[in-house]
Design a protein around this ligand. Structure first.
Ligand SMILES: [Zn+2]
Length: 217
């Protein structure tokens, strides 16, 4: 695509990816409903993330990863028009943290990219992982692979970077749209979840450390 305007529109549309849904009637769907119900009941987020008795950890984690992907994707989509090659030529979280993209295809070495380009690759990559039936099996009784939690750690670490960029570079826009409380709740939920199961290294959480200390007790 050579027309820069078209490319922009195309990319913008891409930030609103369709939500990954759970098939009604499946065990995963029931678990998703259970997780939603405890949130809707106003249960303390710190308690809401705990593994319900009798449930499998992998199932619980899978449901949350998909849910967080959907929500973070939507949050980034709402500020997407403000996050451009011009405004964010580098994917960063303030002057101290710069993220480089690496994958198994085009970018085999860590590569500095603009934030929108980085986000696009990041969301595409996560989408491929969660739609991979071998990694995230949807059929009852199909076991999760041995490297499941390892992949989950990578997915969540990358999703965390979206929070970092949005909070540090685009929070004005979030506040302007009145979405502050919504984004904060999503962040807290995400943070308590990764903490509960030790799914992100402390080093990765560093850029939002002070904010987290104020927000999550
Ligand atoms: Zn940006």
């Amino acid at each position: 695509m050579s027309n820069p305007f078209l490319k922009q529109v195309f990319n913008k549309d891409k930030t609103f990816r369709p939500k990954r849904k759970f098939e009604p009637g499946t065990q995963r769907f029931e678990l998703h409903k259970k997780a939603q119900a405890s949130l809707n009941a106003g249960l303390d987020l710190k308690l809401a993330v705990q593994l319900p008795p009798g449930e499998e950890l992998s199932d619980w984690v899978a449901v949350h990863v998909v849910d967080f992907f959907n929500r973070v994707n939507l949050i980034y989509g709402t500020i997407g028009d403000e996050c451009t090659e011009q405004s964010c030529p580098v994917m960063s979280g303030g002057p101290k943290y710069e993220y480089r993209w690496q994958d198994e295809h085009q970018f085999r070495k860590p590569t500095a990219l603009s934030a929108p380009r980085y986000m696009d690759l990041l969301m595409d990559w996560i989408e491929v992982q969660i739609n991979n039936e071998e990694l995230f099996p949807t059929h009852v009784g199909t076991p999760f692979p041995k490297n499941f939690l390892q992949v989950v750690r990578k997915i969540l670490s990358r999703l965390f970077r979206v929070f970092v960029h949005v909070y540090i570079h685009h929070f004005d826009r979030i506040a302007q749209m009145g979405s502050e409380a919504h984004v904060n709740t999503c962040y807290k939920h995400f943070y308590y979840f990764v903490k509960e199961f030790g799914l992100i290294d402390t080093k990765e959480l560093e850029p939002l450390k002070e904010m987290t200390a104020r927000m999550c007790h």
